[in-house]
Design a protein around this ligand. Structure first.
Ligand code: SN0
Length: 317
């Protein structure tokens, strides 16, 4: 593996899930693999789980980590080519990425979309320029349209709970929110689930919240949430803003919130969310505090997912 930007960088998702589960059982089995290597972590946006779990994962492999909150502590970066830089931005990504590539063996980046222009966000103009100019492997810590480390941890969690039993029914449901959020988590989850092909994926959302087909592919879309949830083994809850028109809140209908009543006709479904989650807006307290919630286990698995990916990249660096 060279870069890790999406599932397209993964030749065998099932094997990567198994590798992550292996690290969970034996965290230090490759503790020399990253000795003498440094991971740079650049944040253009906030992070809790991704930041800390990746740092722990890197340490388990013997790596050094340097974190840079470039949005708060760096010069304002320019990403547009050929502009006269007489405005707010001080430094072009061409120099910034190339320089950072001199300091690290692997460069990781978190960058959210602006949610203003779909073409720009979906072209991944921030992370793709780091790939172009850094000259070292680049690892996504969530980009404008995808969150692959999250998705790997999600699959790992489903695999861990399902084991060798029958193919589970996984329902990803939209839930209300007060802010316009990226589509990165649902896009990525759908893409990984489809490619992994070890579960049946159903996506439910109010009309108008259709995700880009390039990520959801053959997944079943059901706009009746109650019908979608019937018989679910896993309910993956997430808000996202609309794709068309881009980045809008079309409804905040509270009846889409996940409550115990909503879970009544599921197959004792386990409830997942990438976190952070706004209680009693997205998911009710009774669910998050109940026995069906696996959000903490899911977040815990972020370490092993990050370790599996770093382990793969380190093999080639
Ligand atoms: C981000 C998202 O992509 O939805 C990060 C998820 C890992 N979530 C948020 O930005 C939540 C913001 C909020 O105000 O609740």
């Amino acid at each position: 593996m060279k870069n890790f930007l999406s599932i397209d960088d993964v030749s065998d998702p099932g094997a990567l899930v198994e590798k992550a589960l292996g690290y969970k059982k034996d965290p230090f089995r490759d503790k020399q693999l990253g000795a003498g290597k440094t991971l740079g972590m650049l944040f253009l946006n906030p992070s809790l789980r991704t930041r800390v779990s990746t740092q722990v994962a890197a340490r388990n492999l013997g790596m050094e980590v340097i974190i840079f909150n470039i949005d708060k502590e760096g010069w304002q970066l320019e990403f547009v080519k050929g502009v006269v830089m007489d405005g707010k931005s001080t430094e072009h990504v061409k120099e910034a990425a190339a320089v950072l590539g001199q300091y690290f063996d692997i460069l990781s980046i978190r960058t959210f979309p602006d949610l203003k222009n779909k073409d720009e966000d979906y072209a991944e103009q921030v992370i793709s320029q780091f790939v172009k100019y850094a000259g070292v492997p680049v690892l996504s810590l969530e980009s404008a349209t995808l969150h692959p480390l999250q998705s790997l941890a999600d699959l790992m969690t489903i695999q861990e709970i399902t084991g060798a039993s029958r193919r589970p029914r996984v329902v990803m449901t939209w839930a209300p929110h007060v802010r316009a959020l990226p589509q990165a988590v649902p896009n990525s989850f759908a893409q990984w689930m489809v490619r992994w092909n070890k579960a049946d994926l159903v996506i439910t959302h109010p009309e108008g919240y259709e995700l880009d087909k390039r990520f959801t592919g053959p997944a079943v879309i059901e706009i009746n949430q109650e019908k979608a949830l019937e018989g679910a083994d896993f309910v993956y809850v997430k808000n996202w803003s609309s794709v068309e028109p881009y980045g809008q809140i079309l409804t905040t209908d509270p009846s889409w919130m996940i409550t115990n009543k909503k879970l009544q006709n599921t197959n004792h479904a386990k409830v997942m969310h990438c976190l952070p989650v706004r209680r009693n807006l997205v998911i009710a307290d009774e669910v998050l505090d109940g026995k069906n919630s696996i959000v903490v286990q899911q977040a815990g698995n972020r370490v092993w997912a990050a370790q599996a990916v770093l382990g793969e990249i380190l093999k080639n660096t």
